[in-house]
Each structure stands twice: as C-alpha cells, then as structure tokens.
Design a protein around this ligand. Sequence first.
Ligand code: GLN
Length: 307
Amino acid sequence: MRPLNLAALVERVHAELLAQRGRGRVADYIPALATVDPMRFGIAAAGLDGRLHCAGDAHQRFSIQSISKLFALILALQMEGRALWRRVGREPSGTAFNSLVQLEHEAGVPRNPFINAGALVVVDVLCARHAVPQNAVQELLGRLIDSPPPRHDAAVARSEREHAHRNAAMAHLMKSFGNLRCPVDQVLDAYCRQCAIEMSCTELARAALLLAGHGLHPSGGERLLPGSLAKRLNALLLTCGTYDAAGDFAFRVGLPAKSGVGGGIVAVLPGECALCVWSPGLDEAGNSLLGTLALERFTTLSGRSVF
Ligand code: GLN
C-alpha cells in the first residue's frame, strides 16, 4: 500500500473546500455557541509516526461538545468494564442525538453511549467515583496530548445548563427507571461542563491517535487500552458516532468518527492516523457540514477508509 502523504492531503482538502466556509447552521440551542464565527475552518491529521499536519484554523480551540462523550466512555469502561453494557446499549439509535422517544419504550436504557441519554449514564458512572467528573475527562485528555488538562469554558457550560430542558427530561426519565444513581442535577452539571471543554483540531487529532494506534498512548509505547477495546470503540464510533446520520457518514466517509455540535469531528484511520476537522456550520443531523465534506474528500483522495 502506498504511504499516505498526510501533509499534501490536508493542504489539498482545505484548499478545495475553503470557498464553502459558512455553509450549514451554527448550533444556537446553546446560546453561547451561537456566537462562534461560522467562517472558521481547520483540519489536522496526526500520523502514528508522531508527525502532525494542519491547515486553516487548526490551532484555534473550540467547544468539543459531544466529542467529549468518547473520552468519558473510555473512563467509564475502565471503571465498570462490561457491566456498563447493562445500562447502555451498543446499537445505532436512528433518532436525533437528543431524542426522548426510545427511552420510554426501552425502559430507560439508552441505545448507545454517544447519544445524549447514553452519555448521561456514562457521566453518572463517573459521578459515582469522581467528585468533579469532568476533571477526570480533562486529565485523560491532557495525558493523551502530553500537556496540562484542557480547560472548559464556564460560560458555555452555564449557558447549556440553563437551557438543558431536554437533557433534564431524559435524566429524570432514566432516574425513574433506576438507571441513574447520582442526583439528576449533579449529572447534568457534570455533563454540561464536560461538553464545554475546549480543544483545537491539532489537540483532538493527537488525542484520537489512541484509537488509531490500537490503544497505545499517542506518543507510542505505553499501552492505555487493550487492543480489543480500541477495536470496539472504533466500531461504536462507526455505527453511532454521528447519530442518525451514521449510515450516511459511513457510506460517504468510511471512518469511525465522533462529532459535536461545536462543529468538530474526530475521525480514525486505524493503523495510520487520526484526523480532526472543525467548521461550526452543522447539517440537519447536527454534524459539521463542511467537516463531513472534508473527511469525505480525504478518504476519496487518499483511497483509504476502513472498507
Ligand atoms: N452539549 C450538547 C447537548 O447536550 C452536545 C450535543 C452534541 O454535541 N451533539 O445537546
């Protein structure tokens, strides 16, 4: 197989799509997110050889939102092991990330850990162990990128918390089914702070190398996760990481990925590299519109995907 020229690919994808900046709709249901400049566009690719390639606004930090769900899940799985799967499923939801409808039908057990309800269960697991659960997520992220833990934006967390009526409804419903152990308010506070963590494309691409490298620390060497767990996390990302658009995303891009309503998407090419794109305009499913197009161009131009 031809080696990937990540530097050239990143430059080309960025240059090709630059004219389309501003497409999509910036998330405004969290008021503090609505103020982000829709023209921002960054791409970063981190190779397993340790080299980092980037273009555009790749060093600008943004609100990682649901991308945090991946790293919270890693911590919860390390604590609970497979017992976690009794409280949250592993199937695509086929409904929006903030939908309530399945929860009632399925007795308060969310379809997967990447929709909001599933992430709330994951945060509940972390709350039971950590006084300040988002600190544990921030520490993991800092460890992955060999730097101080990334911070969360308290104003964004507060803004989401004040408007978290749907997430509160889910949390209360799950509590009524006995699938939430900690107080609902504690879980919601921790969830909103976790979503408000800020990182750049370069930092997130580096952190996601954990999954490209089959569970080894992004700098190589130390094993942080069993290879089988890294494989399974990639499978979950592929099937559930982009919500009810996961099928279309797999069709178009063909990489395990996790998106957030801040406009970031991390994607994993196992054995080779991890990518992060950021453009705040979202499509109907809540995934970055330009970010998805960029990843689609990346796999088309490189001829690489998991398929
Ligand atoms: N904090 C957001 C929410 O709960 C995260 C959603 C997302 O990024 N898809 O709605």
